[in-house]
Design a protein around this ligand. Structure first.
Ligand code: EPZ
Length: 416
């Protein structure tokens, strides 16, 4: 599948932001800890979400989609998560914590790296070992033994999102035990996972700050839950609006999740109005470059918006230096952008971008999820027809991406 994009149109109109992919994925894993019915409302059908529900179904959970809601119930009938899907889907690693919390044993396939880096799990394992969990490794499998698990103080060497979520879930059902996670990740999606666990009767406190405390409980009960909006999808549409020009309104998002981006967009020349649950962006002039952009863990500028921001710099006036501090291989999209006339030079974790007045249409291939979204943004400003191939990468993390952009006035079609 590919997108055919004809650039040059300004964007006008309103979008409602879908629920956050990176909140939904760990939340789906967390339902393994509860045998009663969990309803996750207004579920966007991201490919990653579909894969995650497929894994849960193969483990024995009952899965159904009704009126746009995802309904998960029943108990898993195996603690061995060994299937093809777990090789491609990084997020299956979250199942480790939730299965161990409830069943005290698990076998998982060692999660593959992916297109943006090795993606090790040493921080996950180090934290879980502090809870007395034992691991053995053989032919690409991880055998986990939590028969003697206990609460403990765990200090993360780096505020890893996945490790924070895994240890939070592993501690949830340690009845009567207390676990403290220090130097933990503070992303809004971490707060959402804690809120979800607490909605089932869990006791997780401090999520969103650098220390989380989990009081283990005996059992979790049914829940009905609606996730926050996807701040990365929202940021991507904001950057699209800034680049194409026009006036767009995005609702269903808390602007506090995107403050570093909003500062960058205002400094680039955009007018942005903020409300409690929506953002209005307007721009009718050429963007000014942002001299220095550095990705950081939350609440800093998010690595997941680095590719769309890189694309925005390619047509801004001036020079920009982008430093990617979170992943080691997240500039792959640069070589595709150079086919469109972008002036980018990459050395290790730095990209230097000299803005050009416009990009040329071209045939390009998505290297990864966020790089793919960036290529669509480039196509929206390149006058003429661009072809963007291997768009399955984009559909992993953006729902109705082409339909949403088309509703704002972009000319974009999905073709086989
Ligand atoms: C989550 O990945 C997100 N994925 C990523 O979004 C996001 O980019 C990342 O957090 C950072 O915000 C989901 O939530 C499903 P990390 P995760 O553990 O948990 C290294 C997207 O585009 N590290 O915070 O894997 C790791 O290699 C995706 O939606 C270790 O070294 O991120 C990376 O360099 C991409 N050892 C850095 O830490 C570990 O044990 C951040 O990883 C774990 C991580």
């Amino acid at each position: 599948m590919k997108y055919i994009v004809s650039g040059g149109n300004k964007l006008f109109g309103k979008l409602t932001i879908d629920s956050a992919k990176n909140a939904i994925l760990p939340i789906i894993a967390a339902t393994i800890m509860c045998d009663e019915e969990c309803v996750i409302k207004d579920i966007p059908l991201y490919l990653d979400v579909m894969e995650m529900t497929l894994i849960l179904e193969k483990l024995g959970k009952k899965i159904s989609f009704k009126n746009g809601n995802l309904i998960i119930s029943g108990a898993i009938n195996t603690t061995s998560v060994i299937m093809a899907e777990t090789k491609t889907l990084r997020s299956s690693i979250f199942m480790m914590g939730s299965i161990l919390s409830k069943y005290r044993k698990a076998i998982l396939t060692y999660p593959g790296g992916c297109d943006i880096g090795k993606r090790p799990i040493d921080i996950h394992l180090a934290g879980l070992k502090k809870l007395g969990i034992k691991f053995t490794f053989a032919n690409d499998l991880i055998y986990c033994d939590a028969s003697k698990v206990f609460g403990n103080v765990v200090e993360l060497s780096y505020p890893s999102v996945g490790a924070t979520e895994n240890i939070m879930m592993a501690s949830t059902l340690l009845d009567g035990e207390i676990t403290v996670i220090k130097n933990c990740a503070r992303e809004p999606e971490i707060v959402e996972l804690a809120r979800f666990i607490n909605s089932m009767g869990g006791k997780v406190f401090g999520a969103g700050y650098e220390t989380i405390v989990i009081y283990g409980v005996k059992k979790l009960h049914k829940t009905e839950f609606k996730c926050i909006g996807d701040r990365i999808a929202c940021g991507t549409y904001l950057i699209a609006g800034a680049m194409c020009g026009g006036r767009i309104e995005l609702d269903g998002i808390d602007p506090n999740f995107l403050l570093p981006l909003i500062v960058f967009l205002r400094n680039s020349g955009c007018n942005i109005d903020l409300f409690s649950d929506r953002i209005i962006l307007e721009n009718f002039s050429r963007l000014k470059s942002i001299e220095k952009i550095e990705t950081e863990t939350y609440p800093g500028f998010p690595t997941d918006l680095q590719s769309p921001m890189l694309v925005m710099q390619t047509i801004s006036k001036g020079i920009s230096i982008i430093h990617e501090t979170v992943f080691e291989a997240r500039f792959k999209v640069a070589s595709e952008l150079q086919k469109m006339g972008a002036k980018i030079s990459v050395s290790e974790r730095y990209a230097t971008v000299v803005g050009v007045s416009k990009l040329k249409p071209a045939q390009v291939v998505c290297p990864d999820l966020r790089g793919g979204a960036g290529l669509v943004l480039a196509g929206l400003v390149a006058h003429g027809k661009s072809e963007i191939d291997e768009i399955f990468h984009i559909e992993r993390g953006y729902y109705n991406f082409d339909k949403n952009l088309k509703s704002l006035g972009a000319i974009i079609d999905k073709v086989d």
